[in-house]
Each structure stands twice: as structure tokens, then as C-alpha cells.
Design a protein around this ligand. Structure first.
Ligand code: NAD
Ligand code: DAU
Length: 333
């Protein structure tokens, strides 16, 4: 049956991948609500079927607009956020406004209209793990966020849980690991290094590069969210991951090799303050209870396809590249 979905942050990286995924794999109608901050890009929504898609530019903190949009949909998937750790170290305020107050504003509308609400969150709420720790994050790992970004995401998760328990809002939460794929802003690790190489700039590795991230293709994140929206238990949290642990050093070396460069042609730069060492997701609940499986099991193949995408979409990323590199250069990164 066709649903009417509201997707916040749908002009960003993961939100736009989700919108493409939904319109390709379901009969649902999608309204995107996005403020088009520096991270939003309308080109990421090109080519969608216009009879099932609508774009609204606006702020999730705008209660009147949010209320009007909730009245016309069946369910809401909430991606909108300030998402970059490095920016949160530079200026935390927008993270508090969008991630905390914005989520609160949406929850109040979900409560008034009793709408199905799915909240997109991150594995960073759990803090980090030692490199040699056999443990991975599960749904019962205690919250211990490290950065202004992850602490605001943790706060937003707790708001969702409280609105479920206190007001009966029919909500679910998912906490996903690091995504890669098309439409990711060049401030982020993988697109930054790919576009650096395309511009003749050496890739930049923070600190020693031993930090580990658990990579998942954005399309696998989308299929997991759709599965939770369809069959997830109300009030429940699901961790999303695809067993993709890799050190940053290994990822940079693989990107260089796939792009025909010497594997050691990168620079070590100033480390991130408070840099989380390792993330690792145990997604057993999602796989066993809801039957979800990732499709992109081969990281190298997914990375090669991502490199191909950036090679052929320079008009999408070029307008932001110079400013991003100037920001990093000012911090010795
Ligand atoms: P992004 O920065 O690429 O996109 C964020 C989008 O939200 C942009 O289009 C921006 O314009 C919009 N936005 C920001 N503030 C807004 C506001 N006040 N009102 C309306 N729109 C606003 O982020 P992303 O990487 O796509 O992340 C999306 C979500 O997924 C976030 O909630 C993030 O915490 C979560 N997440 C990201 C990852 C990852 O690897 N990138 C992993 C797990 C979870
Ligand atoms: O784990 C999920 C999180 O993944 C999401 O919640 C965040 O929104 C998303 O941005 C991402 O956070 P990270 O901080 O892990 O991603 P980022 O791409 O900024 O960095 C990935 C790793 O690469 C991290 O260890 C820092 C390092 N890094 C980053 C950049 C930009 C570098 O070594 N060099 C770089 O130039």
C-alpha cells in the first residue's frame, strides 16, 4: 500500500540516498523538508519521479511549518541534522539548535498528530572502543558520546525515547555506523580523499590513522531503515551495520591504489580533538528479528563505484571543495 512519507534532511547525503531508494523500491509518495544548509544539495534529488515527490525548503525548528507538513503525511523519517564532528568542535551551537531543538519540534508534532516517527541516529552515541576489544556496540551498550555532535545526537535519541514512553508517540530509532556512497559532502573522510586525488592534492590522514570505522554503503542503510519502518517494533532501537571495520590508514591506501597512485602518497596531519578510536556494530537484532541483510558485502567494489561516481559528478562537488580545504588548512588538517 502506498504511504505518504515526510523525510527531513532529504537533500543531504544519507537522506537523498533514502529518497532515491524509497521511490525506486516502493509506491510511496515522499515530501522532503530540508533547510538547505551548506550540507544540502538539490542536485542530489535530480531525476526523481515528480508525481510522487515534493520538496519543501524549511527548518525543522519551525513549529508551524512542521505541524502543517505532519498533518498531510502517514509517517516521518528524520535525517536532518548537523552531522560533521569537525564542525561541532569549531561551533557547537547549530548542533544544539537542529539536533536537539529540531528533534523536539518534530516530536511535538508527532505527538499532536500521532504519526509514525523513525529517528535516524549514529553509533557515535556509544563513545568508542579499544582497538583490541573483541566487543562491539549493541542496543544495550551505555551511552557515552565524546563530541559536541555525538552528544547532541545522544540527547535527541533520549528525547525520542521519552516521547514514546510519556506520550505514546509511535517511534523507532536506528543507530548506524559510518556510511559511504554517492552524494556525500566533500568535508567527510572518503569523498575528501577521492576529490583531493582528483585535484592533485595529497590525502590527509588525522594522527596515526589507526582509528577504525565500521563502513556501510548508504544504500544498505536505506534498505535497513525501510525494513524498520515497515516491520520494526514501536519503542525499539535497532543498530545498523555491515561488518565493515577498517582503519583509516587502510581506507586511504585502498583509495590511492584504486585511483592508480602509490599507496603511501598521503600526509599525516593534526589529529581531531577527542578523536574516537574505534566504532564497531553488532547488528544481530536487525538481522534476526527483522530479517535484514546488507547487499554491498564487498567494500572494495563499493568504494570503486563511489570513486567512479565522484569522477563523473564534478559539478556536484566542485563548488564546495575550495572552501572545505581552506577550512581544514586553517586548522592544520
Ligand atoms: P548531511 O550533513 O549530509 O545532511 C544533513 C541534511 O540536513 C542537509 O541536507 C541539511 O541541509 C539538512 N538540515 C540541517 N539542518 C536542518 C534544519 N534545521 N532543518 C531542516 N534541514 C536541515 O548529513 P548525513 O551524513 O546525510 O546524515 C544524516 C543523518 O544520518 C544525521 O542525522 C546523522 O546523524 C545520521 N548518521 C550519519 C552517518 C554518516 O555516516 N554520515 C552515520 C549514522 C547516522
Ligand atoms: O559513525 C557514524 C558517524 O560517521 C556519523 O554519525 C557522522 O555524521 C559521520 O560524519 C561519521 O563521523 P566520523 O567522524 O567518523 O566521519 P568523518 O568522515 O569525519 O571521519 C572518518 C574518520 O576519518 C575519522 O576517524 C576521522 C578521519 N579523518 C577525517 C577526515 C575528514 C581523516 O583521517 N582525515 C580527514 O581528512
Amino acid at each position: 500500500m502506498s504511504r505518504r512519507l515526510l523525510v527531513t534532511g532529504g537533500a543531504g547525503f544519507i537522506g537523498s540516498n533514502f529518497v532515491h531508494h524509497v521511490l525506486e523500491h516502493t509506491d510511496d509518495h515522499v515530501t522532503v523538508l530540508d533547510k538547505l544548509t551548506y550540507a544540502g544539495n538539490l542536485m542530489s534529488l535530480d531525476g526523481l519521479p515528480q508525481d510522487r515527490f515534493r520538496f519543501v525548503r524549511g527548518d525543522i525548528c519551525d513549529a508551524a511549518l512542521v505541524d502543517e507538513l505532519f498533518a498531510g503525511v502517514d509517517a516521518v523519517v528524520h535525517y536532518a541534522a548537523e552531522s560533521h564532528n569537525d564542525n561541532s568542535l569549531d561551533d557547537p551551537r547549530p548542533f544544539l539548535d537542529t539536533n536537539i531543538v529540531g528533534t523536539y519540534t518534530l516530536l511535538e508534532a508527532a505527538r499532536r498528530h500521532h504519526r509514525r516517527f523513525h529517528h535516524i541516529s549514529t553509533d557515535e552515541v556509544y563513545g568508542d572502543l579499544e582497538l583490541d576489544d573483541p566487543a562491539r556496540f549493541t542496543e544495550t551498550t551505555p551511552y557515552s558520546p565524546s563530541s559536541p555532535y555525538s552528544s547532541t545526537k545522544a540527547g535527541s535519541d533520549l528525547l525520542v525515547r521519552a516521547w514514546v514512553r510519556s506520550f505514546g508517540v509511535p517511534a523507532t530509532i536506528s543507530n548506524c555506523s559510518n556510511n559511504y556512497g554517492p552524494y556525500q559532502h566533500v568535508e567527510k573522510f572518503i569523498p575528501r580523499q577521492i576529490t583531493n586525488i582528483l585535484r592533485g592534492i595529497r590525502p590527509k590522514l588525522y594522527g596515526t590513522g589507526e582509528n577504525v570505522r565500521d563502513w556501510i554503503h548508504a544504500d544498505d542503510h536505506s534498505s535497513a531503515v525501510l525494513t524498520i519502518l515497515d516491520t520494526g517494533r514501536i519503542g525499539e532501537t535497532y543498530l545498523i551495520g555491515a561488518d565493515g571495520e577498517k582503519s583509516n590508514k587502510d581506507v586511504v591506501e585502498l583509495i590511492l591504489t584504486l585511483m592508480g597512485q602509490p599507496a603511501d602518497a598521503y600526509d599525516h596531519v593534526t589529529d581531531r580533538a577527542g578523536h574516537d578510536l574505534r566504532y564497531a556494530i553488532d547488528s544481530t537484532r536487525l538481522r534476526t528479528e527483522l530479517g535484514w541483510q546488507p547487499r554491498y558485502a564487498d567494500f572494495e567494489a563499493g568504494l570503486a563505484a563511489t570513486i567512479h561516481w565522484y569522477r563523473h559528478h564534478e559539478p556536484w562537488w566542485a563548488p564546495t571543495k575550495t572552501g572545505v580545504e581552506a577550512f581544514y588548512a586553517s586548522k592544520g588538517q
